[in-house]
Design a protein around this ligand. Structure first.
Ligand code: UDP
Length: 336
């Protein structure tokens, strides 16, 4: 198939492109390179797979003419839409950026898909659309009540996507990610984002001496050890769900929404312990107060994706941590 991937030079997008090429598809990457990396694109273009990286278009979702140019060249079977701003804190400080890029950007993409008659979309959404959970594990029926502009922007994008199905028959699968972790098992791709805020990369930075210590944000949550519980989904398993979503749409199924998680929760303290055991390193830790906007527990119920996509997360957290660590070490050696 011929596939159009927005944000294909970013962390999750690039792992999906890699898998699509492995599966023999032809891929066009559309990226504005604000977060995405040219190095990542170079890596992808050098790998020898049955599929083909047909083109890399530097373009912006906020410039409809860029989308028209990129989509007019070929007839695409489907679009994967990863391009988005994803920092919760930044979204509180600059909500306009999030409504522009994540909402207007998605609308522009849908408009371009409509003009070129592209009828299938796989969309990157987030567990942030649920807000503070009323119950866990969280299933897709859980009420949506996002507590920051990032989550609200993704909810709005989902609503527009549903409307484009009703009005124009664009069939979609919205995938609501829980906490995505790890790196490619081939060792060639990983998270290249310069600003590190997520748990496992922050722990690894403390181990590698890039930061002085790892800060635990909050030890007084109502959990088994006082630290927050999250559901950590390895990136290659997450990508696998995207491939299955494409098949699901190609088989003519209706528009759907799926949570993607492992259904297993780890506290921050437990993740630290696993990292120390797996990597054989002692991690310098500072106990800090809570970070604002962090719910105590976020665990996915993924039954719907298990059943409809025949998808299950398979990689162990230990392996995802090993891959993330190997990737951070490689990044460090490349920058020397
Ligand atoms: N966390 C932490 N220290 C860090 C980064 C994260 O204690 O340096 C905690 C954070 O408070 C949350 C969990 O780890 O409970 C996962 O945070 P992350 O930023 O990775 O993902 P989020 O759940 O916010 O999307």
């Amino acid at each position: 198939m011929k596939l159009f991937v927005t944000g294909g030079a970013g962390y999750i997008g690039s792992h999906c492109v890699l898998r699509l090429l492995q599966e023999g598809h032809e891929v066009v990457i559309f990226d504005n390179f604000s977060e995405g990396s040219r190095e990542t694109v170079r890596t992808l273009s050098e790998l020898k797979f049955p599929g083909r990286l047909a083109d890399v278009v530097q373009g912006d979702l906020l410039h409809p003419e860029d989308l028209q140019r990129a989509l007019s060249d070929d007839s695409f079977d489907a679009v994967f839409h990863f391009a988005a701003l994803t920092r919760v804190k930044e979204s509180v400080q600059h909500p306009e950026l999030y409504y522009c890029h994540n909402v207007v950007g998605t609308l522009n993409l849908l408009e371009a898909m409509r003009s070129f008659d592209v009828k299938r979309l796989v969309f990157s959404s987030t567990a942030s659309v649920y807000g503070e959970p009323q119950y866990t594990p969280i299933d897709e029926k859980h009420p949506l009540n996002p507590i920051n502009p990032y989550g609200r922007s993704k909810q709005m994008a989902e609503m527009i996507i549903q409307d484009f199905d009703r009005a124009y028959g664009i069939r979609s699968v919205c995938l609501r990610y829980f906490n995505v972790v790890g790196a490619s098992s081939l060792g060639c791709l990983g998270d290249r984002r310069v600003i590190v805020t997520h748990l496992i990369p922050s722990i690894i930075h403390a181990i590698l001496g890039i930061s002085k210590a790892f800060s635990v944000f909050g030890t007084d949550y109502p959990t088994r050890d006082g630290t927050c519980i999250r559901d950590y989904i390895p990136i290659e398993d997450l990508v696998d769900a995207h491939i299955r979503a494409l098949t699901f749409l190609s088989e003519g199924n209706r528009t759907e929404i799926f949570n993607l998680g492992t259904e297993q929760g780890y506290t921050v303290q437990e993740v630290l312990t696993v990292c120390e055991r797996v990597l054989g390193k002692k991690i310098p830790v500072i106990l800090e107060s809570r970070r604002s906007g962090d719910p105590a527990v976020l665990i996915a119920a993924s039954k719907r994706a298990n059943e409809a996509l025949n998808w299950h997360s398979q990689q162990l957290l230990e392996e995802a941590i090993r891959l993330a660590y190997a990737w951070e070490q490689k990044k460090m050696s490349m920058s020397l």
